[in-house]
Design a protein around this ligand. Structure first.
Ligand code: FE2
Length: 285
């Protein structure tokens, strides 16, 4: 079973001590997901708290999107609200893009330097859900048979928002968006820099394995995602107001479940820190 860490005696509204930062990082290294309940924070407090864990990713909302955003670009606005704070309409382009979050993924694996932590603040969370589900990619790796571990060890995958959104039939990309979403290469097996544990770096953003025929690659990736998201590797988070949930994108996948997003407000705001560097060499330009 996948059990997150839980920290109830740290106040995210104030400046953290080095010991508190170390405690949260130790919880993340051990559990890959950590819940801090009851954190009624402002955007500024969320930014200050997040910066304890590395440089923040800018442009987390980038890709197919409306030109005007509800939140500063340093936030990923994972709410169902449009730029005026109203529930986004059914055909809203941001809503279309956000539907990709219902697929198993890691945040920003489509960037050359992928994400380290995501920090998601539940400002308005409906009691009827949706839940967010997390899958432990360390346990999923450990459970592979020896032959498969050898096979995946040095594989490199190509990740792009074009692939994940394409799976849902979302193909309306502008020419400049297609350039911005050029696939990037990531190792399939990563080693955690602190714990040394290996994990599978999987996501619905994967659309190719370097050197493999595409259909064979996609069939294999589908098998691996199915393996890695068995209930024994999954933690289901049921949101309470002001939960602050942190996950390590290097060692987990996640997805949000469906809910009545055309009628019920859900305001959740994500900040994201960068990992140390690329996991693989990129294709020569
Ligand atoms: Fe996500």
């Amino acid at each position: 079973m996948f059990t997150p860490g839980r920290i109830t005696d740290i106040d995210a509204r104030r400046k953290l001590t080095p010991a508190e930062v170390a405690r949260i990082e130790a919880s993340m290294d051990a559990h890959a997901v950590t819940i801090l309940p009851g954190q009624d924070i402002t955007d500024e407090q969320q930014l200050a708290f997040s910066r304890n864990f590395g440089p923040l990713e800018e442009g987390a909302n980038s890709g197919a999107r409306d030109s005007e955003l509800r939140l500063p670009v340093v936030f990923a606005d994972v709410s169902n609200l449009d730029k005026d704070g109203r529930i986004a309409e059914r055909n809203n382009k941001k809503r279309m893009a956000a539907l990709g979050n219902r697929l198993w993924h890691t945040d920003a694996s489509f960037r050359v330097i992928p994400a380290k932590y995501s920090l998601l603040s539940g400002r308005i969370v409906p009691i009827e859900g949706p839940d967010t589900e997390f899958a432990d990619m360390r346990a999923a790796y450990d459970a592979l048979d020896a032959r498969t571990k050898t096979e995946v060890e040095d594989l490199v995958c190509e990740h792009s928002l074009i692939y994940s959104r394409g799976q849902l039939g979302f193909t309306e990309f502008l020419p400049n968006e297609r350039v911005a979403m050029k696939p990037v290469r990531q190792r399939l097996v990563r080693t955690h820099p602190v714990t040394g544990r290996k994990s599978l770096f999987l996501a619905s953003h994967i659309g190719a394995i370097v050197g493999w025929p595409r259909p064979e690659a996609m069939a294999f990736i589908r098998d691996l995602i199915e393996h890695a998201t068995q209930p024994r590797f999954v933690y289901v988070h049921k949101w309470k107001p002001f939960d602050l949930v942190i996950w390590d994108n290097r060692t987990t996948m996640h997805r949000v479940r469906r809910f009545d997003d055309l009628n019920i407000v859900r305001d959740v705001r994500r900040t994201t820190t960068k990992s140390d560097g690329p996991t693989a060499a990129q294709e020569a330009a």
